[in-house]
Ligand binder design. Structure first.
Ligand SMILES: [Zn+2]
Length: 620
C-alpha cells in the first residue's frame, strides 16, 4: 500500500503553487480587477466568463455552475486525478520533494512510497519521449530523418516538436523503461507496451517515426507513430490507445505550442495531421492543432473555447482546413448539424490542388500556407457557394434549382440574424426578391421544428429591444424566482422569439416552475438539468450570473412590465389576425360567427391595451 503524503508537505505544495499558472495552462485568464482573474469555465459550457480565480487566496470559483476550490481540487476535478496524484503533479512542477509516511507516521523510504498511477504514467511518457528522440540520431533512423527532411523539416523543427524514432526491435523501449523501474502494468497502462502472443511484453510502436502528443500544460500523454517501411503491415498512423491519460476525443496535437497564440489572437486553425501542424507553425501560423485519429468533435470545441475566450461578441474564429472541395463540403455540411452554436464562428479554408498544408509549404513555401489560412470563408457561405456552383445561374431554371438547393441549408441555421444576412446577400445573386427567398427558406424549414422558421419581419431595433426584454425576464426567473415566479409561470413560451430563450422558458416549467423555487445553485441546477439541449443549458448558466438591467432589487412591477413588453407583440398580432378574419366574414349571413369573433376581438383588444399601459411603465 502506498504511504500517505506528510501534511506539512501538502501545506507546502499549497503555498508554493501559483494557482493562476496551473489554471492558466488550461483556461485563458484575463484580468478582472480587484486582483481577480476571469475566464471561460472549463467545467460547464458558457459564452461569457463566470469562472473566477483569486491568486492571492489560491482559489477559484465559478458563478455559473458553482464549482470551486484550490489548485489541488482543480486538478482532481478537471483531469480526474486523485488527491495524491494532484499533489504529486503540483509538487513536481514546484520542484518539491514529497515525503511519504505510514499510517502511524513513520517515514517511508524507497519504492514503497509510490506516487499515484497517473503520475507514473506521465513519468513513463516523459522517459519514452526522451528515448525516442535519442533514437532519431542512430544510423537505423536514417529513413525517419529523410522523411522529415523531404517535407522540409530540419533538425530544429524535429527538436521543437519532439520527433523521435521507434527502433526496429520487439522490446527496445520496454527494456529501457523496465530498467528505469517502471512495472509491466505501468507500461501497458500507459499504452507504451502490450503483451505479445507468447505473453512477453513488447513495444507498441516499432520502426516508426513518432511524435509526442502533449496536453496543454506540455506533459506528454501519448504518441502518434507513422509507418516508414513498405513491409510494415500496420496502418499508416498508429496512436496511443485510450488510457487514463489519453482520451482521443479530447486530444489536440499541438495545443501546448498553440495555446498562447490562440488566446492572443482569438483564432485557431484545425488541420488534419502531425506534419500539417508542424508546417503551419513553421510557416507562421502558430495557432494550428490537429485531432489524433478521430474527427473533430464537441469535446475538442469545449477545450478550445477555454483558450479562444470568445466573449458574447463572438469574435473567436475556428478555421478548418481541407485538402479538396469535396472533403470540405462534406465536413461543412456535417458541421451544420453538430456545431450550430459555432456556425457563425466557423470558417473553411480549402487548399488548392488537393494539397495538405504540409505539401503546400513544401511546394510553394511558407507564404502559401499563410495565404491559405487568410483566405478562409465563413462556413455558411462556403456551403451555399458549393451548392450554387452546381447550377447555371444564367437560366431561370438554374436559378430556381439553386434557390431550392440552398433553402434547406439556410433553414438549418438557427441564428436568425445570420440567416437574414445571407438571404440579403444571396437573393440578388439568384435574381430573387428577399421576401421570395425568405419564403423558400421558411418552406424548407416547415418540416422542421417551428423555431427554425424565420419570424415575421420586424425592424432590427424592435427585435433587439424584444430580445433584451425576453432575456431579462428569463434572468429574473432564474435569479429572483420568488419575485418573478408567480407572473412568469403564467405566461407560456409563445412570446419568446429566440429558440434558445424558448428552450430556457420550457426548462423552467419542466423544473417545476419558478414560483415554487428558492433562489440559488439548486434552482439553477434544476433548470439546467431540465434543458434538452446543451446550448440552452449553457444559456441558463449564463443568465443565472448576468447582471440585471436595473440597479435595485427587482420587484413585481419590474417583472410585470417586462412580461407585458414581451407579450405585447404576440397579442397585437392576434388582434390584427382577428380583424382580418372579421373583414372576410359577411355579418348578415354569418352572424353567429361574426359576433363570436367580434367578442373575442374586444377581449383581446382590451388585453392589448392593458399590456400597452403596463409595458409603458418606466422601470429601467
Ligand atoms: Zn462553471
Amino acid at each position: 500500500m502506498a504511504g500517505r503524503i506528510r501534511d506539512a508537505d501538502i501545506q507546502l505544495v499549497r503555498e508554493r503553487v501559483d494557482i493562476a499558472e496551473v489554471i492558466g495552462e488550461r483556461v485563458t485568464l484575463r484580468n478582472a480587477g480587484g486582483g481577480n482573474l476571469k475566464g471561460l469555465c472549463p467545467f460547464h459550457d458558457e459564452r461569457s466568463p463566470s469562472f473566477n480565480v483569486t491568486p492571492a487566496r489560491g482559489v477559484y470559483h465559478c458563478f455559473g455552475c458553482g464549482v470551486g476550490g484550490d489548485a489541488i481540487t482543480f486538478l482532481t476535478e478537471l483531469d480526474g486525478l486523485t488527491f495524491v496524484e494532484a499533489i504529486e503533479r503540483l509538487a513536481a512542477r514546484a520542484g518539491l520533494k514529497l515525503t511519504y509516511e505510514d499510517i502511524d507516521g513513520r517515514v517511508r523510504r524507497g519504492p514503497s512510497g509510490q506516487p499515484g498511477l497517473k503520475q507514473r504514467l506521465l513519468e513513463a511518457h516523459t522517459a519514452a519521449a526522451l528515448f525516442y528522440t535519442g533514437q532519431l540520431v542512430e544510423p537505423e533512423a536514417q529513413i525517419a530523418r529523410r522523411f522529415l527532411a523531404d517535407r522540409g523539416f530540419d533538425r530544429d523543427a524535429a527538436a521543437t516538436f519532439g520527433c523521435g524514432y521507434a527502433p526496429d526491435a520487439w522490446d527496445a523501449l520496454t527494456k529501457h523503461l523496465r530498467a528505469k523501474g517502471f512495472t509491466a502494468e505501468e507500461l501497458t497502462g500507459a499504452g507504451l507496451a502490450k503483451p505479445s502472443r507468447t505473453g512477453n511484453l513488447i513495444d507498441r510502436f516499432r520502426r516508426r517515426l513518432v511524435w509526442p502528443i502533449r496536453d496543454s500544460s506540455g506533459s506528454t500523454i501519448g504518441f502518434g507513430a507513422r509507418k516508414l517501411f513498405e513491409d510494415d503491415q500496420g496502418p499508416k498512423y498508429l496512436n496511443t490507445p485510450e488510457t487514463p491519460l489519453y482520451k482521443k476525443s479530447q486530444v489536440l496535437y499541438g495545443i501546448d505550442l498553440a495555446r498562447r497564440e490562440i488566446a492572443k489572437t482569438g483564432r485557431v486553425v484545425i488541420v488534419e495531421g502531425y506534419t500539417d501542424v508542424m508546417a503551419c507553425h513553421l510557416a507562421g501560423v502558430p495557432v494550428a492543432v490537429a485531432t489524433c485519429g478521430t474527427a473533430f468533435g464537441a469535446e475538442h470545441i469545449r477545450i478550445l473555447r477555454r483558450f479562444l475566450f470568445d466573449s458574447e461578441s463572438a469574435n473567436g474564429r475556428i478555421v478548418f482546413t481541407f485538402d479538396g472541395d469535396e472533403a470540405g463540403q462534406r465536413a461543412a455540411l456535417k458541421a451544420f448539424d453538430e456545431e450550430q452554436r459555432f456556425v457563425s464562428q466557423t470558417y473553411i479554408a480549402v487548399t488548392p490542388d488537393g494539397q495538405d498544408p504540409c505539401e503546400l509549404r513544401q511546394h510553394r513555401g511558407d507564404a502559401a500556407v499563410r495565404e491559405l489560412i487568410e483566405r478562409h470563408t465563413p462556413l455558411v457561405q462556403f456551403a451555399l457557394d458549393r451548392e450554387i456552383a452546381k447550377h447555371d445561374l444564367d437560366t431561370a431554371e438554374g436559378r430556381l434549382h439553386a434557390t431550392r438547393a440552398i433553402a434547406p441549408l439556410l433553414a438549418r441555421v438557427k441564428d436568425r440574424g445570420l440567416v437574414d444576412e445571407y438571404i440579403g446577400d444571396y437573393a440578388g445573386r439568384l435574381g430573387k426578391e428577399k421576401a421570395e427567398l425568405r419564403r423558400a427558406v421558411a418552406g424548407a424549414g416547415a418540416d422542421r421544428p417551428a423555431e427554425q422558421v424565420p419570424a415575421p419581419r420586424r425592424s432590427r431595433d424592435a427585435d433587439s429591444t424584444q430580445l433584451r426584454a425576453q432575456r431579462e425576464v428569463l434572468k429574473l426567473a432564474l435569479q429572483a424566482p420568488q419575485v418573478a415566479g408567480p407572473y412568469f409561470d403564467v405566461v407560456d413560451a409563445t412570446p419568446y422569439s429566440d429558440p434558445n430563450y424558448r428552450a430556457v422558458r420550457e426548462a423552467v416549467e419542466a423544473a417545476g416552475g419558478a414560483a415554487k423555487a428558492a433562489a440559488g445553485a439548486n434552482w439553477i441546477a434544476a433548470v439546467s438539468g431540465a434543458c434538452t439541449e446543451i446550448a440552452a443549458q449553457a444559456l441558463v448558466n449564463e443568465l443565472a450570473v448576468e447582471e440585471l438591467r436595473l440597479d435595485r432589487e427587482p420587484d413585481a412591477v419590474y417583472v410585470r412590465t417586462l412580461l407585458a413588453r414581451i407579450q405585447r407583440p404576440v397579442v397585437e398580432a392576434e388582434v390584427d389576425d382577428l380583424k382580418r378574419r372579421l373583414q372576410r366574414i359577411n355579418p348578415s349571413t354569418d352572424k353567429d360567427e361574426y359576433m363570436s369573433l367580434f367578442g373575442k376581438l374586444m377581449g383581446l383588444e382590451q388585453h392589448a391595451r392593458s399590456l400597452r399601459d403596463q409595458a409603458a411603465n418606466a422601470v429601467e
